[in-house]
Design a binder for this molecule. Structure first.
Ligand SMILES: [Zn+2]
Ligand SMILES: [Zn+2]
Ligand SMILES: [Zn+2]
Length: 137
């Protein structure tokens, strides 16, 4: 019997009913298998299932629950949320970083600019170094 022989009967992985047509679940649903049309629509209607990672601090893995998590600053390039102690830590080191240019160590002014992602620098740059980096790319 060839692999591409007759179509197997398919079952919905959620309701276990046999179904003539199945749909692939969306990745964020975390479902293994196929869904019947009805279950697919049901899932589509659900308010976006909160991903588990929404309740976890990305830095330490604590689970204080979504309400007690804080959005990290964009510059930190973190995917997810931080618990309060971790946010404080990040802010502290962020403030340290802000003091001096990461390249030439010059004292920075009020509006330090965070290095662009593609520069592979973690920190803030003075205007001169920023311009130098930018002219390189
Ligand atoms: Zn189903
Ligand atoms: Zn944490
Ligand atoms: Zn500099």
């Amino acid at each position: 019997m060839g692999l591409f022989g007759g179509k197997k009967e398919e079952y919905c992985t959620v309701c276990n009913k046999r179904t003539p047509r199945t749909s692939k679940p969306k990745k964020e649903w975390n479902i293994k298998g196929q869904l019947c049309a009805k279950c697919f629509v049901d899932y589509m209607k659900k308010p976006i299932a909160k991903k588990k990672s929404d309740d976890i601090c990305v830095a330490c893995g604590a689970e204080p629950g979504g309400l007690n998590l804080w959005k990290p600053k964009k510059e930190w390039q973190l995917q997810g949320w931080l618990c309060e102690p971790c946010l404080r830590e990040w802010e502290k080191s962020d403030n340290e970083l802000k003091k001096n240019c990461i390249v030439c160590n010059t004292k920075l002014g009020f509006f330090p600019r965070y290095a662009k992602k593609e520069w592979n620098l973690k920190g803030y740059l003075c205007k001169n170094c920023w311009n130098a980096q930018e002219s390189k790319t």
